[in-house]
Design a protein around this ligand. Sequence first.
Ligand SMILES: [Zn+2]
Length: 260
Amino acid sequence: MLLDFIAPRHCAVCGMRLQTAEKTVCVSCLLDLNVSEYCGGESGNSLERTLWQQLPIRRAAAFMTYDHDDAQHEMVLHLKYHNQPRIGYHIGKLMSHQLTESHFFDGVDMIVPVPIPYARKAQRGYNQSEQLALGVSKATGIPVNTHIIKRRPYRTSQTRLTAASRQQNIKGSFVLGTARRLPLLKSRDLRALRGKHFLIVDDVITTTATVQECGRTLCQIPGVSVSVLSMAVSRNLINNIRRANPQDKESVRRTLPLCN
Ligand SMILES: [Zn+2]
């Protein structure tokens, strides 16, 4: 492509020059990713069953594994902290292609990205989960709704907390709302959302505390159901789920849909 010659594009992760057919992330970086056993979103998978214990979850999927020495650690850092929102959009589309076979999106009415506090979004310039959601929306045609829930300012950062403390710390962090000052949704707005099927989109699931609290908040609306899709799931959580479900065999899929 002539444009690539005049203004070369570079991989958002490794910085190498992109080939014409590559978008945002090069094929080499994509092939380095460890795809999770939940990436196909098969109905009844063990991540989904883990979330059942807390919420009326319909489906759950997570695209890749995440650990501090994984190749994808770099990708998550670029997406969250190095001003690379395009990675989220691109991965959002890739995840969606991976999931179409299992009819994961059937019946979903709206995509709800996990919100971050207003001050954090202003500082970062974007919400990484919203970028993922926009990519999913582009691939599936399902609309994104960023007004249903808002996040209150952080009390304590979740990063260094234990699983139990995270659960406690995240309680009450989300509120059904429509604007920056968090007014509760009016009853008219709530009526329109009754019975909807929301897909919560998150960047990394570490303990499920955040998606559970987000889902619980959405479930204050009568008759709704919830599905969950995450770009990554921590290796630690996968190990915990496997320990709790010893009958499940590891079935990591190495094939990636390299379409854009
Ligand atoms: Zn690369």
